[in-house]
Design a protein around this ligand. Structure first.
Ligand code: ADP
Ligand code: MG
Length: 310
């Protein structure tokens, strides 16, 4: 069955630095091209942790040498990362499609995601981003009003809020491109977080979890399936323990109770399962799949991965 699928790519689909990314996207693109060759309508989203860290660090190093160097707001860093990752990914995908004899156009969309200024996450910025600072450096930045926190004994890092996505500003554009038979790369790094102020969209100092942004996007464009591709083939309970149990199929209700029992690590598997549940619960017939990049096709065929449905 041909489906409209949102595929969220995890960190391992892109690598951790420039040469790694250039190589990783080739393998990623072959998998995605295969799904398109099977007739599916594909929308790609992706994370940006290492890339946005690299962009921030570059400007931070510059600022240490030149006090006039600009401090880039988080929203701008995400925008830069979308362009850079999209550039590599759309070229790799174009090539992989051509190798299959498919001249399908691929477009990367600079994507803004609306967040709510009253989201409780803004009261407690807790997501560490970018490089490390000494205590003295951190205190100087905090005196200027920046938020930093000590990160697991490794030094101080900037922390930002991670609010939930409310709306995808460019959702109509995504749908128009899909209707025109194009592959869209969108909501990279969870999207550029923006606050709505009348007609104006103001960049927010935040990062949106890419799994949550992907689930919201999947809802808004009425996708059939949300696939979250990561480093594990299936979701587990008692992960990392000798009596680990890998899960094949979960109802929304069962997944919610496993979340409550604390089976999924915050910052890694928890947002995936939560986002997967949120999409699957949004309408009957919508399903989520969490699996490994290499297993995507088998997962769609129902042979592996963890499926979550109403
Ligand atoms: P991504 O870059 O794809 O977002 P993350 O590292 O954030 O990847 O999250 C995926 C990781 O979550 C897996 O590689 C695995 O090590 C870890 N993980 C934590 N809890 C679980 C669990 N209960 N089941 C499976 N994997 C888990
Ligand atoms: Mg992650």
């Amino acid at each position: 069955m041909k489906q409209r699928i949102v595929v969220a790519l995890g960190g391992n689909a892109l690598g951790n630095n420039l040469p790694e990314q250039m190589k990783a996207v080739q393998g990623t693109a072959r998998v995605i091209a295969g799904l398109i060759a099977d007739g599916h309508q594909v929308v790609l989203t992706h994370g940006n942790g290492p890339q946005v860290g690299m962009i921030q660090q570059a400007f931070e190093v510059a600022a240490r040498h030149d006090p006039k160097a600009p401090h880039l707001p988080m929203s701008v860093c995400v925008a830069l990362s979308q362009g850079y990752i999209g550039y590599d990914l759309q070229n790799a995908l174009r090539e992989a499609l051509l190798e299959l004899g498919l001249p399908t156009p691929v477009a990367t969309l600079v994507t803004q995601v609306e967040v709510d200024k009253n989201d409780p996450a803004f009261q407690d910025p807790s997501k560490p981003i970018g490089g490390f600072f000494s205590k003295e450096e951190a205190e100087a930045l905090m005196a200027k009003g920046e938020r930093l926190k000590e990160d697991a004994g490794r030094g101080y890092r900037r922390v930002v809020a991670s609010p939930k996505p409310v709306d995808i500003i460019e959702k109509e554009t995504v749908c128009a491109l899909l209707a025109a038979g194009q592959v869209v790369i969108t909501a990279g790094g969870g999207g550029i977080p923006v606050l709505r102020e009348g007609n104006h969209l103001r960049g927010a100092s935040a990062v949106i979890d890419k799994d949550w942004a992907s689930a919201r996007l999947a809802e808004l464009i009425d996708a059939d399936l949300l696939i979250i591709l990561t480093a594990v083939e299936k979701v587990a309970i008692r992960f990392g323990k000798p009596d680990v149990q890998w899960l094949d199929r979960l109802s929304v209700r069962d997944a919610a109770s496993l979340i409550e029992q604390g089976h999924f690590a915050a910052g890694s598997m928890l947002p995936k399962v939560e986002a997967a549940v949120s999409f699957a619960a949004s309408r009957p017939g919508r399903e989520s799949l969490i699996t490994q990049l290499e297993k995507a096709a088998e997962g769609i065929a129902g042979q592996t991965g963890t499926r979550i449905a109403l």
